[in-house]
Ligand binder design. Structure first.
Ligand SMILES: *[C@@H]1O[C@H](CO)[C@@H](O)[C@H](O)[C@H]1NC(C)=O
Ligand SMILES: *[C@@H]1O[C@H](CO)[C@@H](O)[C@H](O)[C@H]1NC(C)=O
Ligand SMILES: *[C@@H]1O[C@H](CO)[C@@H](O)[C@H](O)[C@H]1NC(C)=O
Ligand SMILES: *[C@@H]1O[C@H](CO)[C@@H](O)[C@H](O)[C@H]1NC(C)=O
Ligand SMILES: *[C@@H]1O[C@H](CO)[C@@H](O)[C@H](O)[C@H]1NC(C)=O
Length: 695
């Protein structure tokens, strides 16, 4: 349905098959360790300014072989596999996915990943790819962090203006901000060129490019050197035969050469046109030499019928909500325009490329028949029970809308294909706010009044207490018979407040599928109009949908009892089958839920040991929309100890993009910081169905 092909071809330059180029290789250690980096600083800069590429070695726990071995059996059969035939007849099959901080900002509303988790022949691949992508993310961020610090040093003090900004004024101050908040499109490609026995003389020659010369549109791309694998019917995966050639680059002197990689080269970094478009211009008044986007091409090396070339690439794009410095559109919207069916090809090309770029990304994006580009993915019309015909019969248009009947504005939220009068509909707006929003936080809602709220609303002092990120307090007392009296008090308005057990292995840090108790401020929830605030608040047990974050997918409590709730002074309770029950207290400033129970959802607390909880609060709207705050909580009941830190995953806050990486001015120096970097990139999200032609 939507098909636009952007391509600009260098006049077919016959690659000089004889010349080879060995890119600089650096180790991950050298990148993250300030001391070791100083020794290679000059080479590092030269590689990026003169060649535009380097390789990274020594990435721990990369699991690259495992992924490459497990890839073919999955890609052969997975439903999500996309296929393209390239100009020389090579068949390329692709599994696409996406890592992005938007995952937490957007709070999902979409399936976690299109990597085919539930298909039996993909288990090994999905398992290995999760670890592999996390490690590749660490390397990506280590590179970005180091490059950011180098760029920053070259910047004079006056040059303090941000690199990019969002419409609402959030500033991405430097390269690291941009990368940390950018979209990372990830593709697993398998290339197969039909054997043509009639032309054995072509063997080893590069007569025709499989992918033409181009520069990548993103900031940079991180990829695995192309690897040849052979079908192995006796094993679950393929046999790795070794690296394969055919990847050509244009060097700064204009000549072309085949880039040669070694087994030790874990990943390759290749700079893209994004540097020309918004990085280089920013630094050009300073002492930073211009970084070079590398033109490159692929020519498949002929192979046996039972072999394929497998490849992983991660394209780092700017944040979707940042505004392009020249086009005055957000990158997210530009991307959608580039792939949208109504954009004239030449306009799209102009939008996609820097003015000076002589080369353009060869890009094909297809939303297949029966799907609609909506919320950055191709959504099935059938699943949403709409089609152009169905809408037309109602005199309406098929559009990507939200439950409030508003049009997708290329921002985040709960969007799906639906019928609407597009001419009359408005663009998506913020959720209507709670009646008493914003709080009077100068005189009424202060740290002092929060303390009084805590004191006023308790029968007896709690024995233990832990501060949660400075916005909430969790308190508890262990009573007889393994009953806990506990309270989660939130320094914010009552939009909702929830606490519960994360689901082991659930997406979004265990949020999907979590078993929680949740207090809501009204009744008759409707995603289009929110809660009816004239109705009584309630607190009940809910199970968060295993795939969909939006409240409308799981708004029916699993157990419901009459709730007596009152404001501020007297709190009332409802019963559960494990103790006395749950209750709510709130006023014009604060919210608290209290439980006196042996557990949630019939699952007893681990009173002699410790429990892990997640919590979330919304102090802004009555749509149970994004959480304003959330986090993890580990409680060791009897020891009276608790922590709001999670060693594996930090819940984080979602309001504005927050750089998830330590500032690079403090040199990233230890394996501990690598662990922090890993957090930033281990978020696995849905795919954009963007096929980036990549070698
Ligand atoms: C794959 O190709 C190689 C080389 O032609 C051959 O020796 C091998 O038997 C083939 N394997 C299968 C399973 O066809
Ligand atoms: C909605 O947003 C689009 C793109 O930003 C804009 O062109 C259009 O005029 C807006 N429509 C309305 C009704 O505001
Ligand atoms: C008070 O509320 C305003 C508006 O919501 C917010 O910008 C400000 O940071 C708050 N101040 C404090 C001290 O919380
Ligand atoms: C709720 O409150 C009413 C009046 O205050 C009281 O009669 C009723 O018993 C309470 N219900 C529960 C379940 O506590
Ligand atoms: C209970 O807590 C202990 C100590 O943290 C832990 O080792 C154990 O696995 C927990 N048991 C359950 C069922 O969670």
């Amino acid at each position: 349905m939507i098909l636009s092909v952007l391509l600009a071809v260098f006049s077919a330059i016959a690659a000089d098959a004889s010349k080879v180029f060995h890119p600089l290789h650096v180790s991950l250690r050298q990148l993250v360790n300030q001391h070791e980096f100083e020794l290679i600083r000059k080479d590092f800069l030269q590689a990026l300014t003169q060649d535009g590429m380097l390789t990274i070695r020594g990435i721990p726990d990369l699991y690259k072989q495992d992924v490459l071995q497990a890839m073919e059996p999955c890609i052969n059969k997975a439903k999500a596999t996309q296929e393209a035939t390239l100009r020389d007849g090579t068949r390329r099959r692709t599994l696409a996915t996406h890592t992005s901080p938007d995952d937490s900002i957007a709070e999902g509303f979409r399936k976690a990943s299109v990597l085919p988790e539930d298909e039996v022949h993909c288990q090994d691949f999905v398992d290995a790819s999760e670890r592999f992508r996390a490690a590749a993310g660490v390397a990506t961020n280590a590179f970005a962090s180091r490059l950011a610090s180098v760029l920053r040093e070259g910047q004079d003090e006056a040059g303090d203006r941000p690199l990019l900004v969002t419409r609402n004024g959030y500033a991405f101050h430097d390269f690291l901000d941009v990368v940390a908040n950018g979209d990372h499109l990830e593709h697993f490609h398998s290339y197969h060129t039909p054997v043509s026995p009639s032309s054995p003389s072509n063997f080893g020659k590069t007569t025709d490019e499989t992918i033409e010369w181009h520069v990548d549109q993103g900031l940079f791309i991180v990829f695995t050197p192309g690897t040849l694998v052979r079908e192995d019917p006796s094993a679950a995966g393929s046999a790795i035969e070794g690296l394969t050639g055919g990847f050509y680059v244009r060097l700064s002197d204009g000549s072309t050469a085949e880039a040669k990689f070694c087994e030790e080269d874990d990943l390759v970094i290749l700079l893209g046109d994004g540097f020309n478009q918004y990085i280089n211009p920013h630094y050009q008044d300073n002492n930073v030499p211009l970084l070079r986007a590398v033109p490159h091409a692929l020519s498949m090396i002929p192979h046996q019928a039972n072999e394929s070339r497998v490849w992983y690439g991660r394209m780092v794009l700017p944040p979707a909500n940042a505004v392009h410095p020249v086009h005055d559109e957000t990158f997210g919207r530009l991307r959608d325009m580039v792939v949208g069916e109504n954009t004239p090809k030449d306009k799209a090309i102009a939008l996609a490329c820097s003015s000076s770029a002589q080369a353009r990304e060869l890009q094909t994006t297809t939303c297949e028949e029966g799907t609609l580009l909506c919320w950055h993915e191709c959504m099935s019309l059938e699943e949403h029970e709409v089609s152009e015909d169905i809408c037309a019969q109602q005199g309406l248009d098929l559009w990507c809308i939200n439950p409030r009947g508003q049009l997708w504005d290329h921002r985040h939220g709960d969007f799906f294909p639906g019928c609407i009068d597009a001419a009359k509909a408005e663009n998506a707006t913020e959720f209507p706010r709670l009646p008493n929003y914003p709080r009077d936080n100068v005189t009424a809602c202060t740290a002092e009044t929060f303390q009084s709220f805590l004191l006023d609303n308790q029968e007896a002092a709690f024995e233990n207490s832990v501060d949660l990120d400075g916005v909430a307090v969790f308190e508890w007392t262990v009573l007889n018979n393994n009953i806990i009296r506990g309270r989660l008090a939130y320094n914010g308005l009552f939009g909702y407040l929830a606490l519960g057990y994360p689901s082991a292995g659930g997406d979004k840090n265990g949020m999907h599928g979590a078993e929680i108790i949740m207090a809501i401020p009204g009744g008759n929830y409707d995603a289009a109009i929110g809660f009816d605030l004239t109705m009584q608040p309630s607190i009940n047990e809910y199970v968060i949908d295993p795939e969909k974050s939006a409240f409308r997918f799981w708004d029916t409590p699993v157990s419901m009892t009459d709730t007596n709730v009152s404001t501020s002074s007297s709190s009332a309770r409802n019963g559960n089958d494990m103790g006395d029950g749950y209750s709510i207290a709130y006023d014009d400033c604060f919210t608290a839920i209290t439980f006196e129970s042996m557990g949630f959802h019939g699952k007893p607390f681990n009173v002699s040991g410790s429990d892990h909880f997640i919590w979330a609060a919304n102090g802004e709207d009555y749509f149970a929309a994004y959480h304003t705050n959330r986090g993890h909580l580990h409680v060791n009941w009897l020891a009276g100890e608790a922590s709001d830190h999670d060693h594996a995953n930090d819940g984080g806050h979602d309001d504005e993009p927050t750089p998830a990486i330590p500032p690079a001015s403090t040199p990233v120096a230890s394996s501990a910081s690598i662990a922090i970097l890993a957090k930033a990139t281990s978020l696995v999200t849905a795919a954009m169905v963007l096929l980036l032609n990549q070698a």
